[in-house]
Design a protein around this ligand. Structure first.
Ligand code: NAP
Ligand code: G4F
Length: 375
């Protein structure tokens, strides 16, 4: 986690982030704090802590507590609960609202379609309606998704027809249109960021990239023998989440609300991701990966490839981290974590460059190959 400065100079703005405990919410909170925003985050009650990604921001609590002066604090709420949304908006009086909360797993949306639609489609409606009724003049960001394009052929941009293939995609498309509707009908400053897949060491462990990098780290540290996956032929445009949150912020700094596609303009198959990860430590992925039907979906989105020219032109935003670098960042981070947990690392080895952990991974891989030869 990044070191956060306790010294804080307020820029006069307050941001509310829903889904602050998620991958993007945690990076966005750090980014906005670094820009001098006071950040307030909505989290929902959980029987087990769901704030691991933002616990390092607790440092502000020692100095300020939960006061209007505090740079950062959390409030309980839920996208399915209009009362909590209104109460939070009333207390926070935000200048900018980033609605990142959602049931974000496509595969899970086939198992829980009703709650997915409730959180992801009606949730944004609840926020937009509250903003309208309360006559707040804040700017609203909606976390829209490339999953909305579904089977529309690549490359996809702001003009591409959307033909979603999952309850998740449909829920996000409804929210996308609601956001546009509140903009056009009521004059709200409401913007859609149509983000293509973005990953990081903070990615949830059951999304395919993290499942692969963590699975590899578990194999190398002897905690697992195999990695089970589904469809390896799907293509995705994978970028680095830490860079994508700046695009969200840039969207809300424009004079007028609009919709923007954010991606890397590069697409790779799941197979290529697995291959790249295992190659980094000199292992052949085919020796470790099994395909199970249970990880395949009732309907699939075959190819996503962003045409993010508009964001480049209007926002001046371009991704810096491309495919190979992203895989390396994630493999190194998972190796570091797994090696720490299994006692392979000394305390002094915790702040080394990525190559250090990759080299350690290669050493472990040699041992695994030798063991396999003997058997
Ligand atoms: P994530 O890691 O799954 O985070 C989602 C967050 O939403 C979590 O903090 C979760 O809380 C919270 N949440 C879920 N249901 C909620 C509810 N009913 N009320 C309040 N909070 C709720 O997702 P992410 O990758 O950061 O993505 C952020 C947003 O961008 C999501 O809306 C996602 O659909 C969208 N998006 C993501 C990508 C991507 O590639 N990452 C691409 C396009 C769009 P818990 O921890 O309690 O579950
Ligand atoms: O990592 P995934 O689960 O991401 P998916 O479905 O593309 O959704 C992500 O990106 C969307 C943007 O387009 C976001 F809106 C959404 O919130 C989420 O962040 O799966 C990627 C691909 C799929 O084609 C899937 O079928 O990987 C394939 N896959 C193959 N084996 C697998 C697996 N996916 C998962 N999760 N687990 C597997 O074992």
């Amino acid at each position: 986690m990044e070191t956060i400065q306790k010294d804080f100079e307020w820029n006069g703005k307050v941001a509310l982030i829903t889904g602050i405990g998620g991958q993007d919410g945690s990076y966005l909170a750090e980014f906005l704090l670094s820009k001098g925003y006071k950040v307030r985050g909505m989290i929902r009650r959980s029987s087990y802590p769901n704030t691991k990604r933002i616990d390092h921001l607790d440092i502000y609590d020692d100095v300020y507590g939960k006061t209007p002066e505090s740079p950062f604090y959390l409030l309980y709420g839920d996208l399915s609960d209009s009362t909590s949304i209104r109460n939070i908006l009333e207390e926070v009086q935000p200048d900018e609202v980033y609605n990142l909360a959602s049931q974000s797993h496509v595969s899970v949306s086939f198992n829980s379609p009703e709650s997915t639609l409730n959180f992801n489609a009606i949730g944004p409606l609840r926020i937009l309606e509250a903003i309208r009724n309360m006559k707040l003049s804040c700017k609203y960001y909606q976390a829209s998704s490339s999953e909305m394009y579904g089977i529309s052929p690549p490359p996809q941009n702001e003009e591409t027809p959307m033909i979603p293939q999952s309850p998740y995609g449909i829920s996000k498309l409804a929210a996308f249109h609601l956001t546009r509707m509140y903009r056009n009908a009521y004059g709200l400053y409401a913007t859609n960021g149509i983000l293509f897949n973005h990953e990081s060491p903070r990615r949830g462990v059951n999304f395919v990239t993290r499942k692969i990098t963590r699975g590899l780290a578990y194999i190398l540290t002897g905690r697992k023998e195999k990695l089970s996956l589904g469809n390896l032929d799907a293509k995705r445009d994978w970028g680095y989440a830490k860079e994508y949150v700046e695009a969200m912020w840039l969207m809300l700094q424009q004079d007028k609300p609009d919709d923007y596609v954010i991606g890397t303009k590069e697409s790779h198959t799941v197979k290529e991701f697995v291959e790249e990860a295992f190659n980094l430590v000199n292992l052949n992925w085919k020796d470790f990966v099994e395909i199970l039907d249970r990880y395949k979906r009732p309907a699939e989105v075959p190819t996503l490839l962003a045409d993010s020219s508009k964001a480049e032109r209007v926002l001046g935003w371009k991704p810096k981290t491309k495919f190979k670098d992203l895989v390396k960042i994630m493999v190194a981070a998972d190796l570091k974590e797994a090696m720490q947990e299994t006692g392979y690392l000394h305390v002094n080895d915790m702040n080394m460059p990525d190559d250090f952990y990759i080299e350690k991974g290669k050493e472990l891989a040699k041992g695994i190959k030798l063991k396999r030869k003997r058997i």
